[in-house]
Design a protein around this ligand. Structure first.
Ligand code: ADP
Length: 217
């Protein structure tokens, strides 16, 4: 379950109304008011919010139905609020001297498309399916070629930090035409160089999964 899915708040009463409609649809506003011991007038604004957002549908002379749709503005709010730390998954990291052959085996075993490469424990590069294909087409002996020879290397890596949002992640993916980014923590190593520890990954699949969880919730 992605943390923060429930951070988009309808009021408690609006949730109660949705539950009643789900169970008893079609149901009239009088009947909903009755279940909640309220007057119809007291319910009017909640019902209009729930129909305007598309969560409920009002059919004249029949009553209210639950549509199962997620309001677009809620999705936007979700994408804008949820943090990278809440959607990141475990990173797959190998050392730079790992062979291209073993790296390819790893992406199959782990069922992923991008590997992160580290050097002395810090992010050094990224290697993706296209990089592997490009080098597999040549006559290279893939068991002898180290993965750091074919990776895209620092400082050209597009990264994310925990407190960026899912919207930031989507923007970076589209603008840089990449499928996956390492989530990093900047480290002060005292030598004046910027180094980053890899703490997670965010991939297109991860983004789709987070949106799916929001729709389901
Ligand atoms: P695929 O190879 O499956 O198309 P990408 O579109 O992510 O995957 O990769 C395209 C190119 O971008 C590759 O050369 C890869 O090394 C590079 N790349 C992938 N992810 C990143 C990243 N986060 N930062 C910089 N370059 C990346």
């Amino acid at each position: 379950m992605v943390k923060g899915v429930m951070s988009i708040k309808l009021s408690d009463r609006q949730h109660e109304i949705i539950e009643i409609v789900k169970k008893e649809q079609p149901i009239t506003s009088e009947q909903i008011a009755d279940r909640l011991n309220l007057t119809r007038a007291a319910l009017r604004s909640d019902l209009s919010i729930l129909t305007m957002t598309g969560i409920l549908e009002a059919r004249p002379k029949v009553g209210y139905f639950h549509t199962g749709r997620v309001p677009f503005n809620m999705l936007v709010q979700y994408v804008d609020n949820i943090k990278v730390k809440d959607i990141k998954t475990r990173p797959m990291v190998v050392d730079g001297d790992t062979s291209v052959y073993d790296s390819i085996v790893t992406i199959f075993i782990e069922d992923i498309g991008t590997l992160f490469i580290q050097s002395e424990g810090y992010l050094a590069g990224v290697v993706s399916r296209k990089d592997f294909v490009k080098h597999a087409i040549g006559t290279n002996d893939l068991t002898r070629l180290p993965v750091n020879m074919i990776m895209t290397r620092m400082p050209n890596i597009i990264m994310l930090e925990d407190d960026e949002t899912m919207a930031d992640a989507i923007m970076k993916m589209v603008e840089h035409e990449i499928d996956c980014m390492p989530v990093v923590e900047k480290c002060n190593t005292g030598d004046g160089k910027e180094r980053y520890k890899i703490t997670g990954r965010v991939s297109k699949t991860g983004i789709i999964r987070a949106i799916y969880e929001m729709i389901k919730a």
